[in-house]
Design a protein. Structure first.
Length: 281
């Protein structure tokens, strides 16, 4: 089911307007004690690695799990998919149909730029899902190394923009992909910390759809979910394209973050979906 949601979202490249409205917090009674300050959020060090405040547990903040098992969906018409380190950009991994003879005569390859949960620097972390997307005639650029390395830094939203830059250059000069990429159809999507990377990159004018899965910007205050990002709620104002948010229901650590983001996104069409009971997969 997880595979189906990810694939369907990537193929849709569209969204509908959210009906959620922002929630207005009730003022505390005069006699109420001051609310405790929210705990400090995660930061990044000079090398880009995620740094957690004392006492915080990575497993409770973002998904470091590999792609979940399941039957998923069938491959598309391009059943043979090339998976490789991006030429001249080894920090990224690309997926595309091995047989490109039908392109551009039958159309060009839309683009999906992907970010992993936990900002894991592994370009094949969600290989099954991303292969399925590519098999439907997409170019997928996953932020992460083709061959994982011990101690590799966490990935960032800026690297998603680097992926878009690579796509534009590849369409102009890559021997296999030249003239075959639809640079007017670029979706950026990620799960957990990858969803936060998506939000960080969403201001780029070349993006025309974003997807945020099991994720949302950190909420200050009680009963909050957690998120690993330097983005703030103000960052949501930079989103200019249709968006979709999917979470795993109340069991998902990012559930309150996701809901709050959707309530604030009044400037763009938003699709909101919940897989009740799925949790933070």
């Amino acid at each position: 089911m997880k595979h189906l949601l990810l694939l369907g979202a990537a193929l849709a490249i569209a969204a509908c307007t959210s009906t959620d409205e922002p929630q207005v917090a009730a003022a505390a009674p005069p006699s109420a004690a001051p609310a405790p300050a929210p705990p400090a959020g995660p930061t990044r060090d000079a090398q880009g690695n995620i740094v957690l405040p004392p006492g915080q547990d990575m497993s409770k903040l973002t998904s470091a799990a590999p792609e979940p098992p399941g039957p998923g969906t069938q491959l598309g018409p391009y059943t043979q998919v090339t998976i490789a380190a991006a030429d001249s950009l080894p920090t990224h991994t690309v997926y595309y149909p091995s047989d490109l003879s039908a392109f551009p005569a039958k159309g060009k390859l839309p683009v999906l730029v992907w970010g992993n949960g936990a900002c894991r620097n592994e370009g094949r972390r969600f290989q099954g899902t991303l292969t399925k997307v590519a098999s439907h005639g997409f170019l997928v650029v996953a932020v992460g190394l083709f061959e994982p390395k011990e101690g590799a830094p966490s990935t960032t939203g800026a690297q998603m923009i680097e992926g878009i830059d690579w796509v534009v250059k590849a369409n102009a000069s890559n021997p296999a992909l030249k003239g075959k990429i639809d640079t007017d159809k670029i979706a950026v999507m990620g799960q957990s910390c990858g969803g936060l990377m998506t939000i960080e990159a969403a201001h780029d004018p070349r993006i025309d759809t974003i997807g945020v899965i099991n994720s949302g910007v950190y909420n200050a205050g009680p009963n909050t979910g957690r998120s690993i990002t330097t983005a703030t709620k103000d960052t949501l104002k930079t989103i200019h394209s249709p968006a979709f948010y999917i979470n795993g229901g109340e069991e998902d650590a990012a559930y309150p973050n996701s809901n709050d983001d959707v309530a604030r996104l009044n400037q763009v069409p938003v699709f909101y979906g919940v897989m009740k009971g799925a949790g933070h997969i």
